[in-house]
Design a protein around this ligand. Structure first.
Ligand code: HEM
Length: 106
């Protein structure tokens, strides 16, 4: 199903403590997420990722709809050892919508 970017902007409030998007975005606790949809994981040269992220990136992880959905639903199940301290989005619609919102920064 197609996500709704406007609804996703509201969902992104849950991410904002740690992530920024948009023109003057800077890395915070988590990396800037501009262009993340469709991109290789762990590819921000100015961000220090966990070993878990670095390993999955080396194995070829790309943030497509499927992998983002899995990661955002249960980060620590999808990526054992990730330093993203976020319980996960429980509603499938929230995940779809936040991915649609992130896609507007590609
Ligand atoms: C990593 C999305 C919430 C901290 C990431 C990545 C994505 C993402 C796509 C991978 C980035 C990359 O490969 O460059 C989101 C979304 C969130 C959210 C959409 C809300 C639904 C949070 C929160 C925190 C956080 C609340 C802090 C408490 C981090 C950290 C990483 C990360 C530290 C790096 C993980 C590692 O190296 O293992 N996030 N995130 N995120 N995020 Fe989040």
């Amino acid at each position: 199903a197609e996500g709704d970017a406007d609804k996703g902007e509201k969902v992104f409030k849950k991410c904002k403590a740690c992530h920024a998007v948009g023109e003057d975005a800077k890395n915070k606790v988590g990396p800037v997420l501009n262009g993340i949809v469709g991109s290789p994981a762990g590819a921000n040269p100015d961000f220090k990722y966990s070993d878990a992220m670095t390993e999955m990136a080396a194995e070829g992880l790309v943030w497509d709809e499927e992998s983002l959905t899995a990661f955002l639903t249960k980060p620590k199940d999808f990526m054992k050892g990730t330093k993203m301290s976020f319980a996960g989005l429980r509603k499938e619609a929230d995940t779809e919508n936040v991915i649609a919102y992130l896609s507007t920064f590609n």
